[in-house]
Design a binder for this molecule. Structure first.
Ligand code: ZN
Length: 206
């Protein structure tokens, strides 16, 4: 791609380093910024700089936070007896958006992947064990929900954590895997369908 200006070229190169943004989209965004007031670009630049400089990670659950302890961990209405273990921050947001879960989280920041050289020590697993072994408040953790991806890496991680938790006498569960809402049985892959049969739940007509 040829650019009429080195400034545009630099901007396009930087913007296109973001995931899901190609050179064409980056150019469109750069030209968009040029068309609008200078303050729009300044606000965007300042927001990005503050994000990198000032963002904190909750010292308890490793979720993104403005304070040392995130609003979920410090919330009085949260059930502190349950911890939901997720791979990364977008998973917390996804589960929060369901409004179906009221417990706490623990963000691993990845899953075990020997191919990518990610072992248990690279992840926030030890801090999870520690949270359960030595709760900071009087709230003893009674259940750990493993909400990890349905991949080999996710399963390996779930297995590893379950083994680590064995001696701590805490209930361990995993999120159900099954047919998506609106999904047809005949188009569901056989592993998912098989698991849905094995992990069937009681059905009530009430
Ligand atoms: Zn937290």
């Amino acid at each position: 791609m040829n650019f009429p200006s080195k400034l545009i070229e630099d901007a396009v190169n930087e913007i296109s380093r973001l995931p899901g943004i190609g050179k064409k989209t980056a150019l469109r965004l750069a030209l968009h910024l040029l068309k609008h007031k200078e303050s729009v670009s300044e606000d965007l630049a300042n927001a990005i700089i503050s994000l990198r400089k000032d963002i904190k990670y909750c010292i308890s659950c490793h979720n993104i936070s403005d304070l040392e302890i995130c609003s979920i961990c410090s919330g009085n209405r949260r059930d502190k007896h349950i911890i939901c273990v997720v791979e990364d921050i977008p998973d917390v947001l996804a589960i929060e958006n369901t409004s179906q879960y009221n417990g706490l989280y623990h963000v691993l920041s990845g899953v075990i992947s020997p191919i990518q050289g990610i072992g248990p020590d690279e992840l926030n697993i030890e801090s999870l064990i520690e949270r359960i072994r030595n709760p900071t408040s009087s709230d003893k953790v009674e259940e750990v929900i493993l909400a990890l991806p349905a991949t080999m890496e996710g399963d390996t991680t779930s297995f590893y954590i379950t083994r680590k938790l064995k001696e701590l006498q805490v209930k361990v569960s995993t999120i159900a895997r099954g047919i998506p809402v609106g999904g047809e049985l005949e188009y569901t892959d056989e592993v998912t369908l098989g698991r849905s049969i094995l992990t069937r739940v009681n059905y009530s007509a009430d």
